[in-house]
Ligand binder design. Structure first.
Ligand SMILES: C[S@@+](CC[C@H](N)C(=O)[O-])C[C@H]1O[C@@H](n2cnc3c(N)ncnc32)[C@H](O)[C@@H]1O
Length: 353
């Protein structure tokens, strides 16, 4: 069976890049700043803040959001130190930031964009976050922003026409119970590995901050704006197959390695893993609502996040055609997108047991 290509963002800082089209993801980090600050103030042990403090971002992409995430954390650590010790010695703490992403991530763009006035030393950490990428006790606070919804592979049977689990849709819509279970099982296994690895790499008492998109309990993915957009990508691929631009078999055997979990599922996976305590689970009201509700922006933003993965299967030209169609369809389906059920943006604070 073919292996699942790595999921990466469109690199560089050109007109189609993630760098240029990730303001939706960045807005969650900006909105969550106070809550991140509050969690670090309340839950991080002062003993962990010494001469050297290390922050790690898993799934950092090529910027610029990662810089916001790590700066939020550094500001909060300095703030806590000043308030609790009454000393201004925070300037003496040396910060190191570890930027992790897949080996095929555009680290060059990331490093070239490092903020000039930063008060931290940087290092890149290539490799899949589903396994160990760092030695034991390497960092004090980790963050994962909009990268806690991936699976390491497509669940078995999902892309196989002869399997009872064959899924015509390009993602887990939530409507087929057996398909949902297969995705949830895969996601649970992968997330357990991810948490196990972070627990080893993190200092005892350290924190993991998880930010991203989830579902409120009982809401199906394809009832939300993001789910509808995924369905439109699938419909566009099928249109192109009918026009003879791509092979129908190829479309039928395509699926995406991601699973947007419900709040209850996330809680259960973390609890069953047992390495972390959930210190906070915040349902954050995103300033842009479910998404910037403009068909063109929606298509461009989905292309920045999904385009590189689609190109690996279907090629760059076909992917461009797919997103032209997605924009047309998003216009046609606009009222359905506007009236979709809300998804959930979360900040989850985990403390290593
Ligand atoms: C939507 S982007 C989020 C980027 C950034 N954290 C933000 O908030 O804008 C998801 C990132 O996760 C990375 N990613 C996906 N699977 C990964 C894996 N197994 N290991 C490391 N990074 C991964 C992708 O390459 C991508 O850069």
């Amino acid at each position: 069976m073919a292996t699942t290509p790595q999921w990466i963002m469109i690199g560089g800082d050109g007109p189609e890049s993630y760098n240029q089209h990730s303001s939706y993801q960045r807005a969650l980090l900006e909105t969550s700043k106070e809550k991140m600050n509050g969690a670090i103030s309340a839950k991080l042990s002062l003993d962990l803040i010494s001469d050297r403090f290390c922050v790690a971002d898993f799934g950092c992409a090529s910027g610029p959001n990662t810089f916001v995430a790590v700066q939020n954390i550094i500001d909060a650590v300095e703030d806590k130190y000043r308030k609790e010790t009454g000393q201004n010695r925070a300037e003496n703490i040396e910060f190191q930031v570890l930027f992790n992403d897949s080996t095929t991530n555009d680290f060059n763009t990331l490093f070239q964009a490092l903020p000039p006035g930063r008060r931290y030393y940087s290092a890149g950490v290539p490799g899949s976050f589903f396994g160990r990428v760092l030695p034991k006790h390497s960092f004090h606070i980790g963050v994962i922003s909009y990268a806690f919804h991936f699976t390491s592979k497509i669940p078995k049977g999902i892309t196989d026409r002869d399997s009872p689990l064959w899924n015509r849709d390009v993602h887990c819509t939530g409507f087929n119970e057996a398909v949902k279970k297969a995705y949830l099982d895969q996601y649970s296994a992968d997330t357990k590995n991810l948490l196990d690895a972070r627990a080893e790499e993190l200092f005892h008492g350290g924190l993991m901050l998880l930010l991203g998109s989830g579902l409120r309990n009982g809401v199906k993915m394809s009832e939300t704006a993001k789910g509808i957009m995924m369905d439109l990508i699938g419909a566009s691929l099928n249109d192109l197959a009918q026009q003879g631009v791509i092979d129908q078999d190829k479309v039928d055997s395509f699926s995406t390695p991601l699973y947007i979990a419900e709040e209850g599922e996330l809680r259960q996976i973390i609890k069953e893993n047992g390495k972390f305590t959930i210190e906070a689970f915040e349902d954050i009201i995103h300033p842009n609502g479910e998404f910037p509700l403009d068909p063109k922006i929606l298509a461009v933003s989905f292309r920045a996040s999904y385009g590189a993965f689609l190109s690996a299967y279907f090629g760059v030209d076909t992917t461009r055609k797919v997103f032209e169609l997605v924009e047309v369809k998003a216009r046609e389906e606009f009222s359905r997108i506007q009236n979709a059920k809300p998804g959930m943006q979360y900040l989850i604070v985990l403390r290593k047991n």
